[in-house]
Write a protein that binds this ligand. Structure first.
Ligand code: ADP
Ligand code: MG
Length: 271
């Protein structure tokens, strides 16, 4: 069996990815990494899960391989497949296999989107032997030192429709991430969008008011990511209320009553 040549994996990042911790997640992740434990990051969309993993990969000096999961993702997409070429058949590692061979951190983003039979291939990797059986080639790969499996999952989203099986959940150490506290979020929005401190602070105040609308039927509440987008539009000269409507209010709902309520909160925050 021949393996194609792969370009070397990029190191996680050139510089340190900016991340403001919200609790003890950094120390916890480090311990899990050292012990080879798989990690499940739980938290709403845009709360910083991806950024956290990027930061940790940098800190631990491991390459990071990210897979955005979707409902069509098959086990072969993760593990690899034979490719038929003019000069014969070659095996090509999938992203999970590459991470296992090279001791990278493999991050499966939004893992609930993936099919159950795809998720099951992770099981053998999460027990203490850390093995990846590759049925198609007959290989049984042992994970290289430094390999770590990280999955993310948004517990509020489509909870009834999709969920992880208990037998899968039990294989992970779970970390709950949520939107950062007020001061931390203001600092993040200011730094990431370049908007001035008072505007950043006001955007965070607005977000906290909007998040309270969850009880009134707002399915997805504004994330830190949306605040950063609004801040960036302000930096580009868009008036702040307009920026809030375009980057925060409108993306969140099509429902007239909810949009009206959110608009009122925007007007009340930026008088
Ligand atoms: N704790 C944090 N520290 C630094 N930046 C953050 C933090 N939380 C969120 N962000 C910012 O918000 C954006 C969205 O976060 P992201 O990690 O993509 O969210 P998720 O993966 O949870 O959907 C990031 O690109 C980053 O700019
Ligand atoms: Mg993400």
């Amino acid at each position: 069996m021949t393996l194609p040549e792969y370009p070397p994996l990029a190191k996680a990042s050139e510089g340190e990815p900016f991340y403001v911790p919200c609790g003890n997640e950094v120390a916890m992740f480090e311990r899990c990494h050292a012990r080879g434990l798989a990690v499940m990051l739980k938290g709403p969309t845009g709360c910083g899960k991806t950024r956290f993993v990027e930061h940790m990969a940098w800190k631990l000096d491991r390459p990071l391989i990210t897979v955005a999961c979707h409902d069509d993702l098959s086990a072969s997409d993760l593990i690899g497949r034979f490719l038929i070429r003019h000069d014969g058949t070659v095996w090509q590692d999938g992203p999970l296999t590459r991470a296992v061979r090279e001791g990278a951190i493999c991050y499966l983003d939004e893992v609930v989107e993936a099919r159950q039979d795809t998720v099951v291939v992770l099981h053998a990797l999460t027990d203490h032997r850390r093995l990846l059986p590759i049925d198609k080639t007959g290989e049984l790969l042992m994970a290289a030192p430094g390999f770590q499996l990280v999955i993310s999952y948004n517990p509020g989203y489509q909870r009834m429709l999709k969920d992880l099986k208990p037998s899968t959940r039990q294989r992970f150490v779970a970390m709950d991430l949520d939107f950062p506290g007020e001061d931390a979020e203001a600092k993040i929005v200011e730094r990431e969008s370049g908007v001035d401190a008072p505007t950043s602070r006001a955007l965070v105040t607005l977000a906290r008011r909007l998040r309270a609308l969850r009880d009134r039927g707002l399915a997805e509440v504004p994330s830190t990511r949306l605040l950063i987008a609004a801040g960036a539009l302000c930096v580009d000269g868009i008036p702040v209320r307009e920026a809030c409507l375009a980057a925060i209010v409108s993306p969140l709902s099509d429902d007239e009553a909810l949009v009206g309520a959110m608009r009122d909160l925007v007007d009340g925050t930026f008088i």
